[in-house]
Ligand binder design. Structure first.
Ligand SMILES: [Ca+2]
Ligand SMILES: [Ca+2]
Ligand SMILES: [Ca+2]
Length: 160
C-alpha cells in the first residue's frame, strides 16, 4: 500500500510539473523516479548530495500537503481510502488524456499509428529496428498494420 501511494505521489508530481508527456518508459516507476531525482541533481554528478536531497524532500512535502488539501473532501486532514481512490481515478484520467495527446502527435490525421510512424518515435532511435518491428507486431492485435489508441495503450501496460 505504501508503495502504491508513493508511486501515486510521483505521478502527481510529474503531472503537477506538466511532465507526464516525457517519453521515458512511462509505465515504469523506477524510470520515472530516476528522472524525477535528476531534477534535483543540481551539479549533475549522478547522485543526490545532502542539499539536493533536502530540496527534493522539501518539494515532496510541500506538494504532498497541497495534494491532501485538494483531495481531503471531508476535511479531516487525511486522505481516506475513498479519497485516495478518487485521486487515483483523477490521475489515471489525466495520464490517459496525456497519452491520447501523445498518440495523436505520433498518429497524425488518420489517428492510426503506422509501422513507420511507430519506428520514428524518438524513444526507439537507439533501438534495434528488428525489435521495434517485433514490438509493433505484438501491439497490433488485429493485424491490420496500424495501431489504434487501444493497441497503443498496450505499450504502457507491458512495462508495469
Ligand atoms: Ca479526509
Ligand atoms: Ca498515421
Ligand atoms: Ca491494429
Amino acid at each position: 500500500m505504501k508503495t502504491t501511494i508513493q508511486t501515486t505521489m510521483i505521478g502527481v508530481l510529474l503531472l503537477a510539473g506538466g511532465m507526464a508527456t516525457t517519453w521515458a518508459e512511462p509505465g515504469s516507476a523506477p524510470a520515472r523516479l530516476t528522472w524525477f531525482l535528476k531534477l534535483f541533481d543540481a551539479d549533475g554528478n549522478g547522485v543526490l548530495d545532502e542539499e539536493e536531497r533536502q530540496a527534493a524532500k522539501e518539494y515532496l512535502r510541500k506538494k504532498r500537503e497541497e495534494v491532501i488539501a485538494e483531495w481531503d473532501k471531508d476535511g479531516d486532514g487525511k486522505l481516506s481510502g475513498k479519497e485516495i481512490a478518487a485521486l487515483r481515478q483523477h490521475i489515471r484520467e489525466k495520464i490517459r488524456a496525456k497519452r491520447y495527446e501523445r498518440f495523436l502527435e505520433i498518429a497524425g490525421e488518420d489517428k492510426l499509428i503506422s509501422e513507420e510512424e511507430f519506428a520514428a518515435m524518438p524513444v526507439f532511435a537507439e533501438r534495434d529496428p528488428d525489435k521495434v518491428a517485433k514490438l509493433f507486431g505484438f501491439l497490433d492485435r488485429d493485424d491490420d498494420g496500424q495501431l489504434s489508441f487501444r493497441e497503443f495503450l498496450l505499450h504502457f501496460r507491458r512495462h508495469r
